[in-house]
Design a protein around this ligand. Structure first.
Ligand code: SF4
Length: 320
């Protein structure tokens, strides 16, 4: 791996929510002090259950929502508080692929116009040159040039996600936030889209933040994996470490929830009980203590810091 493309330090995003007319608003601690880096050509998988804040991290990095505090550095430059105008060059560097390609594609535009729109908006191409660039992008993502004139409803789910990928590639980004990009697709199509993303990464030296609720989905594509729980990263390590020597009880529980094809292999790790608590008033101390099978009294009072328990493996747990 090479130099970091993205460095996120102590990122927080808190939302104010009002439950009634009286009294001060509550704070939703959607992201509560998240730090990580992604190198050129690297994929960091960001995993956690629905509501853990992982998509908020992705949107805050792109400045689609404003962070409450912390910093975001892209290729060494702090972009956390840049104005819209100053952000413009960085909007080319940072792109996103959404979960639901249908709702993220304008149904009244042809696929060719959708893919060409960023090039047009950034005044990078027009006329024949624009059409040729769009045609090349269609080639690159495995769509035919003849499909440029079709509308989103005329494509399958997997093809629509390829349109979303082509649109993300149009501006030669450094980093793409892939926000649950295959969750809405059939399993066989998921593999095709993930393989396409991996081919593109190899050829274009792209970096990915690959967000998913499913550890099994990020396994194939990730170099490292960060596990999030209620707004915090509880473990971050190389993929192989996460799958063979997980350090955090929550990571162990997520792994035990992955179906094993061989019935002779039985996982004895207790499955995760209950739902993720509300991020409005998360449990004190270790947020995970209400569901943790090995919690002790200290876990309710003290927040465990993320610390290195083995080379390259950081875990937030008092007992590890
Ligand atoms: Fe479980 Fe305590 Fe570790 Fe949290 S700090 S994961 S509650 S043992």
């Amino acid at each position: 791996m090479t130099k970091p493309v993205l460095v996120v330090d102590e990122l927080k995003k808190h939302f104010a929510v009002r439950r009634g007319f009286l009294g001060p608003p509550d704070q939703v601690l959607a992201v509560d002090g998240v730090s990580f880096a992604i190198c050129e050509g690297e994929t960091l998988g960001l995993v956690g259950e629905s509501g853990c804040g992982k998509s908020t991290v992705g949107r805050a990095i792109l400045r689609l929502i404003e962070p409450t505090s912390g910093s975001i550095r892209v290729a060494g430059q702090d972009i956390t508080r840049l104005s819209n105008r100053a952000m413009r060059p960085f909007r080319r560097e940072l792109q996103i692929i959404f979960q639901d390609p249908f709702s993220s594609l304008n149904p009244r535009m042809t696929a060719g116009d959708i893919v060409g729109e960023p090039l047009h908006a950034h005044h990078l191409a027009s006329g024949k040159a624009l059409r040729e660039r769009v045609a090349q992008l269609f080639d690159r993502v495995g769509l035919s040039r003849a499909q440029m004139k079709n509308y989103p409803h005329q494509f399958s789910g997997g093809q629509r996600q390829r349109i979303g990928i082509a649109r993300a590639l149009a501006l030669h980004p450094r980093l793409i936030v892939c926000d649950e990009p295959v969750s809405a697709l059939d399993v066989s199509i998921q593999a095709q889209v993930i393989n396409l993303l991996m081919d593109l990464q190899r050829d274009l030296k792209l970096s990915y933040l690959f967000i998913s609720h499913n550890l099994a989905v990020v396994e194939h594509i990730s170099h490292r994996i960060a596990v999030m729980y209620l707004g915090r990263i509880v473990e971050i390590a190389a993929k192989e470490t996460i799958f063979t020597r997980p350090g955090h009880p929550y990571t162990e529980a997520l792994l035990s929830a992955i179906p094993v094809p061989d019935p002779a292999i039985r996982d004895t790790t207790p499955a995760l009980q209950g739902d993720v608590p509300s991020p409005v008033r998360p449990p004190p101390g270790c947020h995970f203590h209400t569901r943790c099978p090995i919690a002790v009294a200290r876990c309710k009072a003290e927040t465990p810091p993320l610390r290195e328990i083995a080379p390259g493996q950081q875990v937030a747990c008092h007992l590890r």
